[in-house]
Design a protein around this ligand. Structure first.
Ligand code: HEM
Length: 199
């Protein structure tokens, strides 16, 4: 149940995230020499340390949660090396998310594929965030297509349901694009529901 895993307070997670963000010799050295960044060092998420904004309906039963959080953590820590654009259509959005860092580009692909599987299964994540709760409540109405690019991904995310399209737009612009712009400091904040949302 929500609230079953509050042993790791948000501040502790942020301190830990800052600590794992520090050792980036490949990334920093590459940038300093004007070369493309080469590597990301990852660290396992400490046991029992799932921040409250990641909570699912039942963390214990979610076998993929730790794996998925490790990728999300890397994306947030290295958000400044990610580039993203979003285009809007009447039935949904097309978003292109890339990085010149090869490891980070692969993390972007992995994350999108992991989240696509979550949408397909209805395996909710970040359920303390009202927008994410609504997206997973509508998961059966979402179609997410992923095109792998050499430096990232292009996704087409659509729905035949206009209310679900509102959620997809809000997620693309007010969640993912803001995570890319601001990283961890944004990820610990909730995402508002779209203006005029009928829920
Ligand atoms: C810099 C950080 C992040 C990046 C680059 C990123 C990237 C993406 C991308 C490319 C997609 C496909 C949909 C789209 O492009 O609009 C996506 C979907 C998704 N992401 Fe992330 N993400 C980040 C942070 C997070 C965080 C912090 C969470 C939750 C804890 C999260 C959960 C999800 C979920 C649930 C989806 C599927 C929902 C949907 O597409 O409607 N992401 N993300």
């Amino acid at each position: 149940m929500v609230g079953a895993q509050h042993e790791c307070p948000r501040r502790q997670f942020l301190l830990w995230a800052a600590a794992v963000a520090t050792p980036l010799p490949g990334l920093l050295a590459g940038c300093a020499q004007g070369q493309p960044p080469t590597g990301i060092q990852s660290a396992a998420v400490p046991p029992q340390c799932i921040p409250d904004w990641m909570l699912t309906p039942n963390n214990v039963a979610d076998a993929d949660l730790m794996r998925d959080i490790e990728v999300i953590r890397d994306l947030l820590v290295h958000h400044q090396d990610i580039v993203r654009t979003v285009e809007h259509f009447s039935y949904g959005i097309r978003a292109t998310t890339t990085s010149s860092n090869r490891d980070l580009a692969e993390r972007i692909r992995t994350h999108a594929e992991q989240m696509k599987l979550r949408l397909q299964r209805g395996a909710a994540i970040r359920q303390l965030d009202p927008l994410f709760a609504e997206i997973f409540a509508h998961h059966q109405l979402v179609d997410l297509q992923i095109e792998r690019l050499p430096n990232g991904i292009r996704i087409n995310e659509t729905s035949s349901d206009p209310v679900t399209v509102m959620l997809l737009r809000q997620h693309a612009v007010r969640a993912v694009s803001e995570f890319v712009a601001k990283g961890m400091s944004r990820a610990v904040q909730p995402t508002p529901l779209p203006p005029g949302y009928p829920g």
